[in-house]
Ligand binder design. Structure first.
Ligand SMILES: [Zn+2]
Length: 308
């Protein structure tokens, strides 16, 4: 099962091969979150990661009419921060995690990361709290800390080392991708936790896909530089449907993660394109820079939250 699935909100929705029946005919670009509910938001999840009983994770998305800004969880000006905090609490409740233990960073489109310890829980969680620092990846082996990244087209990457266990949350737009943030996160987990890449799992969540990601030649040139050792395989991440090239950020990151040692079958790419489906996702390209943000959340469950 490679496709991400939304948790069903209604008991009568049928699921086929991990997708809802009404999605079977959808092209990757048209794949959209199912189960959008105004009362009980259930984050979209990775099929790969959902099988791990000691892990909590999910991606929030856009639900028209949810809160005052369609379920937006970003604090960036000029948004209503109290509403965003309320949305964080609602989304997190649906994931079985405590929103007051969220940790965020100031995302700067680079390849730096921050190691998160148990007592960092809450940094950046509420409107009045300070985030942990400037970086684009958070790693931890501490249970009960909700690593959180914020997105509007840029790719969320959730990494899991099932052995230690340890986790990472990564923010990767094209700049972070060509800066090497995905490989840097794997390497940081190796150094900090002894994580073995061939055991690690990766979920690449909803993001702008190659269909909509027209870029300038400086972007593809930077990609070809970063991926030089991949040879011709790097061209898989570039298409040219018209005059300009398009860059496939999710596939590029999947290729880099494989170069870092992850197995292809341990990498799941969510087919949802945030720009194609702007009704259900926040999209910087589609809706402009003032649009909302979706959150990617991941936490190692504490003993008392694991349940059965
Ligand atoms: Zn698209």
């Amino acid at each position: 099962m490679t496709a991400s699935q939304m948790a069903a909100q209604t008991s009568d929705s049928s699921v086929t091969n991990g997708r809802h029946a009404d999605q079977r005919e959808a092209s990757p670009c048209e794949a959209r979150p199912n189960g959008a509910s105004r009362t009980a938001p259930r984050a979209t999840q990775s099929a790969l990661l959902a099988s791990l009983p000691w892990l909590r994770h999910g991606l929030s998305y856009r639900i028209p009419g949810m809160g005052s800004a369609d379920g937006n969880v970003g604090f960036g000006s000029p948004r209503d921060k109290d509403d965003a905090w309320a949305m964080r609490q609602q989304w997190c409740a649906g994931m079985g995690v405590d929103a007051s233990r969220i940790v965020t960073m100031g995302q700067v489109h680079g390849a730096d990361m921050l190691r998160v310890e148990a007592d960092d829980a809450g940094k950046g969680a509420t409107p009045n709290s300070e985030h942990l620092g400037l970086a684009d990846a958070l790693i931890t082996d501490a249970p009960g800390v909700v690593l959180t990244t914020l997105h509007a087209d840029c790719l969320p990457i959730l990494l899991v080392d099932p052995d230690r266990p340890a986790i990472a949350a990564v923010h990767a737009g094209w700049r972070g991708t060509v800066a090497g943030v995905a490989e840097a996160a794997v390497s940081a987990m190796r150094d900090a936790y002894g994580s073995r890449p061939e055991r690690m799992l990766a979920y690449l969540g909803a993001a702008i896909h190659v269909c909509c990601n027209e870029v300038g030649s400086e972007v593809t040139a930077a990609w070809r530089d970063r991926a030089a050792s991949l040879g011709e395989r790097r061209e898989q991440a570039v298409t040219k449907p018209g005059e300009k090239e398009h860059f496939d950020v999710p596939l590029a990151n999947a290729l880099l993660l494989q170069r870092a040692g992850l197995l292809p079958e341990h990498i799941e790419i969510d087919p949802a394109c945030t720009k194609c489906d702007g009704e259900h996702w926040f999209s910087h390209r589609g809706q402009g820079p003032l649009t909302g943000r979706m959150g990617a959340f991941i936490m190692l469950a504490t003993e008392d939250s694991r349940g059965a």
